[in-house]
Ligand binder design. Structure first.
Ligand SMILES: [Zn+2]
Length: 471
C-alpha cells in the first residue's frame, strides 16, 4: 500500500511498525453541535483507509477521541470553551450537550456505513492520563507554570513540525490573527496544557490537579488518549486539514517530548469540502448537516458516493448540481447491478484480474475514483458472466461500502432451486448461523454454511444481512 504522508509530503510505501496490528488514531469531533457534511467527508475517507488496510489483510486498531472539554472557540488558547458555548446556546448542561451531539455524530457515521472505531474515548474520562503526561513534561523541562496555567515550551523542541505551506515565521500572525497574545506565554507558539486561570469564569467541568482546580487544553487530549490505547507508537494519524495546525503540530511536539522518540510515522489529512463561496464551516454559517441533506431528498449513500468520486487530497466543491450528477451516476451503477442474474459460473481468472486492478487503485493513496472506474469497467465487460460480476461487486463493496448489493436481495430470493430445502428452512438456518456468529462460535457458523453449500445453497453476507442463492 502507498499513502501520502503529510509529514514528508511524499507518497510512501506503508510499513506498520508491528506487522500484526496497524495502530491508527483519528481525531474525533468536538461534540457541541452537529457535524456538517464537510466534517463527515473526513470520517468517511478514514473509513476507506481502515477498510483498505483490512482488505490488504492487516489487523487494525483504531482509536478516536470525543472532545467534550477544553476545545476553545479559537483553535489556539483563546475564546470560550466550545462545549460551554453550545450549552449556553441551548440552555442545557455541558453533559447534556455532549451526550446529545455524540449520539447524533455516531448516527451520522452509521448512516454513512462508517465502521465504528475500536476504541472511542471521551476526553473527560482521561483526566488522570492528562495529569500524568503533563507532570512528565514539567519534569523534563518541556513545560512551565505561568499565571496559574501550564504551558508547553515550544522553544525546547528541535523541530516544531509544520505541515503544508505554513512558514515557521508566519505562524504566530498568519494562523492566529484574531488571537490576543497571552502574556503568560514565553513564546508565541507555546500552548496551554492545563488551565486554571481561565478568562471565562463559568467553566462547567473542572478537576483537581497538582497545579490547582482546572481543565485540560485540547491538544493534550489526543496525545494522551492515543498513548493510553495504542502505546508509545502510532502508525497512522488522521484528521481534517484544519487540524494540521496548530492541533497536530502540538500533538507531535508534546508526544515526542514526553516519549523521547518519534511518535507517529504517517500523517494523513483530508481536504475541505467547499461551497462555491468558500469553505463550509460552522462559523461561516454555510453549514449543511446530514439530516438537512436527507430532508432535501438525498440519501447518505449518495453523499458517500459523491465523496468517493474525488480524491481526499483535493478540495471537494459542493453544489446541488454537482451532487445531482453524482446521484445519477450512482443510480446507474445500482441499476446495472440489479439487472445482473445469478447465472453462469464464477470465472476465477477474470475475478482475480479485476481484483488486482481494484487493489492497485485503492492501494495507490486511496484513489477511490479510479476504484469506481474499475467497478464500472467490470460491469460493462461482455466477456464475463453475471455471477462473476456479482462476486466482484461484493468484493469491492467491502471497501466502498455503498450498499451495492442491497437491491440484490429480492433477485436472489427469486432464484431457482434444485434442493428440497424450502426458503423458510434456509432462512431458519441462516438465523442459527447468525446466532452462532454472535456467540463467536465460528466453527458452528462455518458448519452451517458448509452444510447448506453441500445442498447447493450459497450464502452471501451483505451489509444488510445474509442472503442466499441456489446453485
Ligand atoms: Zn486530535
Amino acid at each position: 500500500m502507498k499513502l501520502f504522508n503529510s509529514l514528508t509530503r511524499t507518497v510512501e510505501k506503508f510499513v506498520p511498525k508491528d506487522k500484526n496490528e496497524v495502530k491508527v488514531y483519528t481525531c474525533g469531533p468536538t461534540v457541541y453541535n452537529f457535524a456538517h457534511i464537510g466534517n463527515l467527508r473526513t470520517y468517511l475517507m478514514e473509513d476507506i483507509l481502515i477498510k483498505t488496510l483490512k482488505y490488504n489483510g492487516y489487523k487494525v486498531k483504531r482509536v478516536m477521541n470525543i472532545t467534550d472539554v477544553g476545545h476553545l472557540s479559537n483553535d489556539s488558547d483563546d475564546g470560550e470553551d466550545k462545549m460551554l458555548k453550545g450549552a449556553k446556546r441551548e440552555n442545557k448542561s455541558v453533559e447534556e450537550i455532549a451526550l446529545f451531539y455524540t449520539d447524533a455524530f455516531f448516527k451520522d457515521l452509521k448512516d454513512l456505513n462508517v465502521l465504528m472505531p475500536d476504541v472511542i474515548e471521551p476526553a473527560t474520562h482521561c483526566i488522570d492520563s492528562f495529569i500524568k503526561v503533563i507532570s512528565g513534561l514539567i519534569e523534563k523541562d518541556f513545560a512551565y507554570l505561568s499565571g496559574g496555567n501550564v504551558y508547553f515550551d515550544t522553544s525546547k523542541v528541535d523541530k516544531y513540525h509544520i505541515f503544508y505551506n505554513f512558514k515557521q515565521e508566519d505562524l504566530g500572525v498568519a494562523v492566529r490573527e484574531s488571537v490576543t497574545d497571552d502574556e503568560n506565554k514565553k513564546n508565541k507558539n507555546d500552548f496551554a496544557l492545563w488551565f486554571t486561570n481561565s478568562k471565562f469564569e463559568h467553566q462547567a467541568l473542572v478537576w483537581d490537579s497538582p497545579w490547582g482546580v482546572g481543565y485540560p487544553g485540547w491538544h493534550i487530549e489526543c496525545s494522551c488518549i492515543a498513548m493510553k490505547h495504542l502505546g508509545d507508537y502510532v502508525d497512522i494519524h488522521c484528521g481534517g486539514i484544519d487540524n494540521a495546525f496548530p492541533h497536530h503540530t502540538n500533538e507531535i511536539a508534546q508526544s515526542e517530548a514526553y516519549l523521547g522518540h518519534e511518535w507517529c510515522h504517517t500523517w494523513m489529512h483530508v481536504m475541505h469540502l467547499q461551497t462555491q463561496s468558500g469553505k463550509m464551516s460552522k462559523s461561516s454559517g454555510e453549514f449543511l448537516t446530514l439530516t438537512v441533506f436527507k430532508q432535501k431528498g438525498y440519501t447518505p449513500m449518495q453523499y458517500r458516493y459523491f465523496c468517493l468520486e474525488s480524491h481526499y487530497r483535493k478540495p471537494l466543491i459542493f453544489s446541488y448540481q454537482i451532487i445531482d450528477n453524482s446521484v445519477n451516476s450512482y443510480k446507474k451503477l445500482l441499476q446495472r447491478i440489479s439487472n445482473l442474474k445469478f447465472e453462469g459460473e464464477i470465472q476465477k481468472e477474470s475475478f482475480k484480474a479485476y481484483k488486482t486492478k481494484f487493489k492497485d487503485a485503492i492501494n495507490n493513496d486511496l484513489k477511490t475514483s479510479l476504484a469506481l472506474k474499475v467497478l464500472f469497467d467490470a460491469l460493462k465487460d461482455g466477456s464475463i458472466s453475471d455471477k462473476t460480476k456479482l462476486a466482484i461487486v461484493k468484493d469491492f463493496d467491502s471497501v466502498l461500502s455503498l450498499d451495492l448489493l442491497s437491491n440484490e436481495e429480492e433477485n436472489v430470493k427469486k432464484s431457482y432451486g434444485t434442493t428440497s430445502l424450502s426458503d423458510e428452512e434456509i432462512l431458519k438456518q441462516i438465523g442459527e448461523r447468525q446466532t452462532a456468529k454472535k456467540n463467536k462460535d465460528y466453527a458452528q457458523a462455518d458448519s452451517i454454511r458448509n452444510a447448506l453449500s453441500s445442498e447447493g445453497i450459497i450464502l452471501i453476507d451483505t451489509p444488510n444481512g445474509t442472503i442466499f442463492t441456489r446453485n
